[in-house]
Structure formats: C-alpha cells, structure tokens
Design a protein around this ligand. Structure first.
Ligand code: SF4
Length: 191
C-alpha cells in the first residue's frame, strides 16, 4: 500500500481474488521462494505479489479481509494486501498468534473450498460419538482429512495448559501494524 491509507471504494468494485483466481492461486504466491531460490523466480514472485497487491488495494473488502487474515485465520497465499510473511510480521508486532487454518487452497475470504467451523466439527463429534469419521465428513461437506485435522487440533488444545486469552486487537491496531510493515516495503520498492 503505497499511500498507507485505505480509500472508499466504488460499489462496482469487485474482489480481485475472485476475478483473477489463477493469480491468487499461483503456486509462487502460495509458497514464496526462499532467499536462495533462482533470481528469475524471485522476480516472478515480486511481479505476481505486486499485481495481487494492486487488486487488493482496490477491493471493497480490503480492511475486513486484512483483519480476518491477520487475526482470525492463518490462511496461505496472498490475502488482504499482504503476503503470508507480512502477516506474520504484523502478528509479531501485535503480539498475537493464530492457529494454522485448514483451508486446502487459496487464502482470502473468497476461498472456493467451504470453510469448516472448528467448533462445529467438535460439537458434532461429541453429539454422535458412535458415528464414523467418514459420515461426519459427509455431514459437514468436507474431506475426511479435514475432520481428522480438526479433531487432532481439539485434542492438542485440550492437553495444553489453559492461559487467559489475549483480547483481539482492534481494527485500528491491525491497520497501524499493517502500515508499519507493508508501507515501508512498498516505499522501498518504489525507490
Ligand atoms: S484477498 Fe481480500 S482484499 Fe484481496 S481481493 Fe480478495 S477479498 Fe479483496
């Protein structure tokens, strides 16, 4: 975000990740190259990220999407005007952690795969203890591996010592951290 501010968007504005799904689902945006990757791969990644950034900047859902991707769901790929690495830096500034999400594909709030609610999986499991996991997956309309991941996460959480949950950061705090992390990178690129 070069201006480091969010502007009002026209009603006609569309979500870029929906219109240009193949860009947002590009393997390089899902799995950014490491520092040791070939330079042409680094350049291609930078070009794709810039395109996605421009689309997010004109998206009417930018703020909500950013907030959700930083605070609520640890989605993969490019979302809310940020790379996964930038979202990690924003979370570090805010002092929060977010459990990895169970989306199998694209990040962002327009992912085509249905998002399965963790609490719903656990609730249905307790309500139907004798039902097979395959049946549970069919009921939820998701894969068996998704059900297993949620139940594994539930078991792990139950074993962890209870800590007082930190209150969620406000939208203003997330936006301030976003400006601190993303705006300098944008200015550096433009230099
Ligand atoms: S990832 Fe979020 S901000 Fe970017 S285009 Fe999609 S909905 Fe909009």
């Amino acid at each position: 975000m070069s201006s480091a501010t969010f502007t009002a968007h026209p009603e006609s504005a569309t979500q870029g990740c929906r219109e240009f799904a193949s860009l947002f689902q590009h393997p390089l945006l899902e799995e950014p190259p490491t520092g040791s990757a070939p330079s042409d791969q680094q350049r291609q990644y930078a070009m794709l990220a810039r395109k996605a950034e421009n689309l997010c900047r004109s998206c009417p859902l930018m703020q909500q999407c950013l907030y959700s991707a930083v605070v609520k769901h640890d989605v993969a790929g490019y979302a809310g005007g940020t790379t996964a690495r930038q979202r990690m830096a924003i979370r570090n500034r805010l002092g929060i952690t977010v459990a990895p999400e169970d989306f199998d594909t694209l990040a962002g709030i327009t992912a085509r795969n249905r998002h399965v609610d963790h609490d719903e999986v656990v609730r249905l499991r307790y309500a139907n203890p004798h039902e097979s996991l395959e049946t549970l997956a069919r009921r939820l309309g998701c894969s068996l591996s998704t059900v297993k991941r949620h139940l594994r996460r539930h078991r792990n959480e139950a074993q962890r010592p209870r800590v007082q949950p930190r209150p969620l950061p406000s939208m203003a705090e997330v936006l301030a951290a976003f400006r601190a992390v993303v705006a300098p990178a944008t200015l550096h690129r433009a230099a």
